[in-house]
Design a protein around this ligand. Structure first.
Ligand code: CDP
Length: 270
């Protein structure tokens, strides 16, 4: 059946003008919240996401503490105003699922054994949603965890690929996600290549799955550079402040030279 909205034009350009293998623009800023131990703000196309991290701190409730390792607990939340139809506030099945898969993905890189009985608490607030919010939230949360100084093997980075209008596409936009045939969010640990999140909504052939997976992983490596750049900028600002020399001490009274007396020039004709 022909979709009502044509998702690709005759030149294989997408509704927002992107090529089939092109990412939406991504911007990340680390350290945007003063009260959290670490934080990040991310814009990815029309997605706007804040991530805040606390810990490692004593895990509560106490019966959930693990005597051998830290817990990594994430809460993903979409603001009521983040989508065009007001989203009912509070957790729903979808946000519980996303919180779980994101916690597990981030948990893979934390040196949890070093912090028994503690919890690393990760909060993801989606302020504006336009498809791919779990990838955006996870990517932002990894930067916020690094900003909080949580000991980690590496960052985690996430991107989705999928299929719409019979064509494999990278980083699905809103209409492509809603009307398309498949969505494949992926997250990796870039230094080792481990896949720490892999979900699939819809149908792909084995060959399409392989191609989409490769395309999402390649994109993850590009996004990894944006994450590292955000962290570098954050530290560069701190280092700049640390390098600023202290103001020179005020001279002692005896060292102060008496100023030359100012002799007013006599005006001609005086
Ligand atoms: O956001 P993500 O692609 O990770 O998850 P999804 O369940 O595939 O949702 C796709 C998109 O549907 C979201 O990014 C939102 O733009 C939209 N959505 C919505 O409009 N209202 C909701 N209650 C949930 C999602």
């Amino acid at each position: 059946m022909e979709p009502e909205v044509k998702l690709l034009d005759e030149n294989k350009r997408r509704l927002d003008g992107r090529a089939v293998d092109e990412l939406r623009p991504i911007k990340i800023e680390a350290g945007v919240l003063n009260r959290a131990d670490g934080s990040a703000y991310l814009e990815w196309g029309g997605n706007k996401v804040l991530a805040a991290v606390y810990g490692p701190r004593e895990a509560h409730p106490r019966h959930r503490q693990d005597p051998a390792r830290a817990l990594v607990q994430c809460r993903y939340n979409m603001a009521a105003f983040s989508v065009s139809d007001r989203k009912r506030p509070g957790p729903d099945r979808r946000s519980v699922e996303i919180s779980k898969v994101v916690s597990e993905a981030l948990g893979h890189v934390v040196f949890k054994e070093q912090f028994p009985r503690t919890s690393v608490d990760v909060f993801i607030e989606v302020l504006q949603a336009e498809a791919g919010t779990r990838c955006a939230g996870l990517t932002a949360a990894a930067v916020a965890m690094a900003d909080a100084g949580i000991p980690m093997r590496d960052l985690v980075v996430s991107c989705a690929a999928g299929k719409a209008d019979g064509t494999l596409l990278l980083d699905l936009g809103k209409e492509e996600d809603n009307l398309g045939e498949a969505d494949l969010p992926v997250a990796i640990v870039p230094r080792t290549g481990e896949i720490v999140l892999l979900q699939m909504d819809g149908h792909l052939t084995p060959e399409e799955l392989e191609k989409s997976l490769k395309s999402a992983i390649d994109a993850c490596h590009k996004i990894y550079e944006i994450q590292k750049d955000a962290l570098r900028r954050r530290y560069a600002v701190t280092a700049e402040h640390e390098d600023t020399p202290p103001p020179p001490e005020a001279p002692k009274p005896e060292e102060v030279e008496a100023p030359e007396p100012v002799v007013p020039e006599t005006q001609e004709g005086e």
